[in-house]
Each structure stands twice: as structure tokens, then as C-alpha cells.
Design a protein around this ligand. Structure first.
Ligand code: TYM
Length: 344
């Protein structure tokens, strides 16, 4: 049997290079040998305030990005979360399986709630339980994500293990995170110690997938660097697989830009370091601009075209929701039976 892959992206606007290299591009690659479900997670988005009109447009934007990046809506299932009620229903069950102590450890909640913790929505607090429900309502086994979602997937594993143990049954699979590629954690262009993020107030911190070639060029040219020439392969450890943490700490922006180049050019970081060893940032940036425009330009154009055709995008989402529901319903029913819920 093909393995079943599930992943989700929030429709919170400004999809960026990190979303693409850390997640969406990998979604495309997994289609060939896996049964894939890719979800626009609108229920997750409303854990913080969303303007309704914008949420609808952003939902279509994520769906358009999936399609423009190369996800085939016939082979894979593209849909939005709120159209399949099993997600919310199983999330309630998981609210009762998951422990307060587990959620208290979630770093993303701490970051997002910040000092205004008492004022955060309770949805934001139980957000990871809904993520577990997204995945397990399809009994998905593999989840492609960027590095920042690792802790949430560990919680998904804990929830599945506890559910199985509590009821003495081998029902939910223990999911495997798929975190791969040369850019699993793309950093801000303005500060290499911060993650590239939709919520960064500076648009210059990220390359948005819908940016024009001029905007991409400007952002890369203005990206923060340091005064040294570019490092070479000696900066890597573990047989060229990992950046030496001390060197990365000293030059986060350099390694971020080099990793972006490696990911976009589909080369290993070690070979990119070999190519640019001793080069100045100015000449490297010119190459990075050309490469970024070449790779991202067609995706941005296709996204714009699709977003101008909401009827088509909505049709893809509707068809996806129907197919997703067909998989989710029987699994949810079985879960109800295990729990002792009476059915009609
Ligand atoms: P979201 O919407 O924040 O991000 C979508 C995907 O993009 C990845 N990502 C990055 N990768 C590399 N570098 C970055 N700077 C970067 N920023 C974002 C994220 O890791 C993610 O894979 N909670 C999830 C959505 C979700 C989900 C799920 C994911 C809901 N249910 C079930 C997997 C399975 C989120 O907020 O992603």
C-alpha cells in the first residue's frame, strides 16, 4: 500500500520562501510515491483574529500556491479544513486525550501568545491537538513540514500513543515527520537569527511567493550580510551535512543565503560553499537574484492567474473536501465506537 501523507498550511497571508522551500516544494515531490492530502488549515488560522474577507482570499491564495507549485489536484487531495467536519470532531476527542502539561511545553504557543498569554484564545492553546486530529483523521503516516513544526508532530505521536494505550488498541499510526531539503528553516533576510515569517512586520524580511521580479531583487540586494568574504566547505561538519554551529552563530545571514541558494538550485550546501568560497556578497547576491527570479517567477505568475479565477480554485477545494471526507468519515466512526459513543 502507498504511504499516506498529510500536511497543512495556514491561510494567514503572505506565503513566503520558507513555506515553499520548507514545505510546499516537498509536498510536490511526495506525490509520485504517496497518497497525499494537502490542507488549507482555516480552523487553525482563526486561533488569532482574521478579517473574514481576507481569510477567504488567503484560503484561495494557499490553494493557488499548491497548484502553482505543481501539486496535481487529481492525484492529490487539496481542500480546506473547515469543509471536513471530522477535523474539529476528532480535535475535541484529542482535547480530552492530550494533557495540559504537554501543551504547556509548546514553544510556538509561548512565542505567539507572548506576554499577553491571559488574552490568547483558548483555540491557540489547543492548536496542536487540532493538528493531531488533522493528521490522524486520515491515519496519515508521514507529515512533510519545516523544522518549526517538529515539536507539534512529537505531540501528535504522544496523543496517538496515549489513545492507543488508553483503549488497548493499535488504532492510530505513530507519524513520521518528513523534514528534508537544504532549507528546512529559512531565516529572515533582515536578521539571520529569526525565522522567516508571515508575521514579521517588515516585508523586507521575506520573499513572498507573489513578489514581482523587481521586489525579489530589491529584497535580496538589501538583505543583511557581514563584511567577510563567503565561507567555503570547511564550515561544514558531519561529512559535509551540517553547518558547524559556532560558525553559523557567527555568520547566520551568510549561511541562510547560501542555504537558500542550495535549495533553489537543488544542490547540496557543500557544493554551493565550494562554488562561492571567497566570493564577495555583492556578486553572490546577483546570482541569487537571478536564480530566485527564475524559480519563483513562474510560480508567482501562475498563482496570480489562479487567484483571478476563484471559481476554479473553489471547485478544486470542493472536490478535494468530498474525497477527504470519504476517507475521514469511516475512521472517525471507528474512533467513536472505540470511545463508546452510541451511533444511530
Ligand atoms: P504554517 O502555515 O506556519 O507553515 C506552513 C509550512 O511552512 C513551513 N515553514 C517554514 N519552513 C522553513 N522555513 C521557514 N521559515 C518556514 N516557515 C514556515 C512550516 O514548517 C509548515 O510546514 N501548524 C502548521 C499547519 C498545520 C499542519 C497540520 C502541518 C496545521 N495542521 C498538520 C502539518 C500537519 C503551521 O502553522 O504551518
Amino acid at each position: 500500500m502507498k504511504r499516506r501523507v498529510f500536511s497543512g498550511v495556514q491561510p494567514t497571508g503572505d506565503l513566503h520562501l520558507g513555506n515553499y522551500l520548507g514545505a510546499i516544494r516537498n509536498f510536490v515531490r511526495l506525490q509520485n510515491d504517496s497518497e497525499c492530502l494537502y490542507c488549507v488549515v482555516d480552523l487553525h488560522a482563526v486561533t488569532v483574529w482574521q478579517e473574514p474577507m481576507k481569510l477567504a482570499a488567503n484560503t484561495r491564495e494557499v490553494a493557488a500556491a499548491f497548484l502553482a507549485a505543481g501539486i496535481n489536484p487529481t492525484n492529490s487531495i487539496i481542500f480546506n479544513q473547515s469543509q471536513v467536519s471530522a477535523h474539529a470532531e476528532l480535535a475535541w476527542v484529542f482535547n480530552c486525550v492530550s494533557r495540559v502539561g504537554w501543551l504547556n511545553r509548546m514553544t510556538q504557543f509561548k512565542e505567539k501568545a507572548g506576554k499577553r498569554r491571559e488574552n490568547a484564545s483558548t483555540g491557540l492553546y489547543v492548536y496542536p491537538n487540532l493538528m493531531a486530529a488533522d493528521i490522524l483523521t486520515y491515519k496519515a503516516t508521514h507529515v512533510p513540514v519545516g523544522e518549526d513544526q517538529k515539536q507539534h508532530l512529537e505531540l501528535t505521536r504522544d496523543i496517538a500513543i496515549k489513545f492507543n494505550n488508553d483503549f488497548g488498541i493499535d488504532f492510530f499510526p505513530i507519524v513520521e515527520p518528513l523534514i528534508f531539503g537544504e532549507a528546512t528553516r529559512v531565516m529572515s533576510l533582515r536578521d539571520g537569527t529569526n525565522k522567516m515569517s508571515k508575521s514579521d512586520p517588515s516585508d523586507y524580511s521575506r520573499i513572498n511567493l507573489t513578489d514581482s521580479p523587481d521586489a525579489i531583487a530589491q529584497k535580496i540586494r538589501k538583505a543583511k550580510t557581514d563584511p567577510e568574504a563567503l565561507p567555503g566547505p570547511a564550515a561544514l561538519i558531519n561529512e559535509g551535512k551540517e553547518i558547524d554551529p559556532d560558525q553559523e552563530k557567527a555568520r547566520p545571514e551568510a549561511f541562510n543565503l547560501l542555504s537558500i541558494y542550495a535549495a533553489l538550485s537543488e544542490q547540496s550546501l557543500v557544493s554551493v560553499l565550494g562554488q562561492f568560497e571567497g566570493a564577495q556578497f555583492s556578486s553572490f547576491k546577483n546570482k541569487l537574484v537571478d536564480l530566485s527570479v527564475e524559480k519563483l517567477g513562474p510560480i508567482g505568475n501562475e498563482m496570480q492567474r489562479l487567484m483571478a479565477d476563484p471559481g476554479y480554485v473553489d471547485g478544486v477545494l470542493k472536490d478535494g473536501a468530498m474525497r477527504a471526507n470519504t476517507i475521514a468519515e469511516p475512521i472517525l466512526k471507528e474512533a467513536h465506537k472505540i470511545l463508546g459513543f452510541l451511533s444511530t
